[in-house]
Design a protein around this ligand. Structure first.
Ligand code: ZN
Length: 341
């Protein structure tokens, strides 16, 4: 038996409407808090939009009787953000800015064309003074496997120029990024489950698997192993962020198929399996909760204990949504830990 105190997912796509309603149980029942990403169809570019979305999530959570679940909100960084807007956000307990380079991933059409321009530097300065956290999808538009590495220069520039601004490398996927955590006091990271256990071969090695196609793209076995080791170590600069990103099958399979892995249904059981396999269960609590609480200075976490028991079961093959469906990560595979209801 494994008991986890307040599991927290610091990077998740909860979507809206019907999809939100159908996928929220996987997070709201088993996690105490989740950082909801702001790249919706209409991006959450200001406080009011973020608060409206928070209400929609909370309403759905109440319908599920999940009262002990806190959505953490973020604002989509854009050049029209003012100091007044950030003050308003802070009053509403929103302290995270999410930066997308234009075109880097799903829902990044409104992202920044040029990351370090006069306007963004001003925003970073205000964000630093108001104790905001800057979460970054760090990818260049270069060769797929080098995109995160190439973005490293920008991480460095921001870290040096704004030493009190906490910067998060979201979904760290390249082993060359790990050095940044050690070199700069104000650089942190989130790590996904899929980058810990898969490489590019899981996408294209045995025929194309669109359900493993995500951004940043899965990389080499060496990257995978280094990321796994970092997560297992419980390193205090790293917190768990699943980047669970559901897409309808029709969108996955069309031309220019959507990037994203819907991992929410399997996160805690699979993490228990991995940490147990490598004899690092003592670090799981740090990775799944404690580090996030410290890095993001999270308050009012609902105090929820989740117990997992050793019991085999098969992951469901799909989740129906109207006339379509979503395929979860590890569909039809056997897991050995099960969450006790
Ligand atoms: Zn994401």
């Amino acid at each position: 038996m494994i008991t986890l105190q307040d599991p927290i997912d610091m990077h998740i796509h909860l979507r809206e409407g019907e999809i939100l309603k159908n996928i929220l149980p996987f997070s709201a029942k088993y996690f105490s808090a989740c950082l909801a990403m702001p790249n919706l169809k209409i991006p959450l570019t200001d406080t009011n939009k973020a608060l409206d979305y928070k209400k929609e999530i909370q309403h759905n959570a109440q319908e599920l009787n999940c009262d002990r679940f806190s959505p953490i909100m973020s604002i989509y960084l854009n050049e029209s953000i003012t100091k007044d807007e950030l003050l308003k956000a802070k009053k509403a307990d929103i302290r995270i800015l999410k930066l997308y380079p234009k075109g880097a991933t799903t829902g990044s059409e409104n992202g920044l064309q040029e990351i370090l321009n006069q306007k963004t530097l001003e925003i970073f300065e205000i964000a630093e003074s108001l104790d905001f956290i800057l979460s970054i999808h760090g990818e260049s538009n270069g060769f797929s496997l080098d995109r995160e590495f190439e973005f490293g220069e920008i991480f460095k520039q921001i870290a040096i120029n704004f030493p009190k601004l906490k910067i998060i490398i979201e979904h760290l996927s390249d082993r060359r990024s790990i050095d940044l955590l050690h070199q700069y006091e104000n650089i942190f990271a989130t790590i996904t489950l899929h980058h810990m256990i898969m490489s590019l071969d899981d996408v294209i090695g045995k025929g194309l698997n669109p359900h493993h196609f995500c951004k940043p793209i899965l990389k080499t076995p060496k990257d995978r192993d280094a990321i796994l080791e970092l997560a297992l170590s419980g390193d205090e600069k790293v917190s768990f962020g699943s980047d669970s990103a559901p897409h309808l099958q029709s969108n996955k399979l069309k031309q220019n198929g959507a990037a994203g892995i819907f991992s929410a249904p399997v996160l805690l059981p699979k993490l228990c399996e991995i940490f147990e396999k490598y004899n690092k269960l003592e670090n799981l609590q740090k990775f799944i909760s404690d580090n996030a609480i410290n890095i993001y200075k999270l308050k009012n976490i609902p105090n929820k204990k989740i117990t997992l028991i050793k019991e085999k079961y098969k992951v469901q093959d799909s989740i129906r949504i109207d006339n379509d469906f979503i395929v979860p990560f590890l569909a039809n595979e056997e897991l050995i830990w099960r969450i006790k209801d």
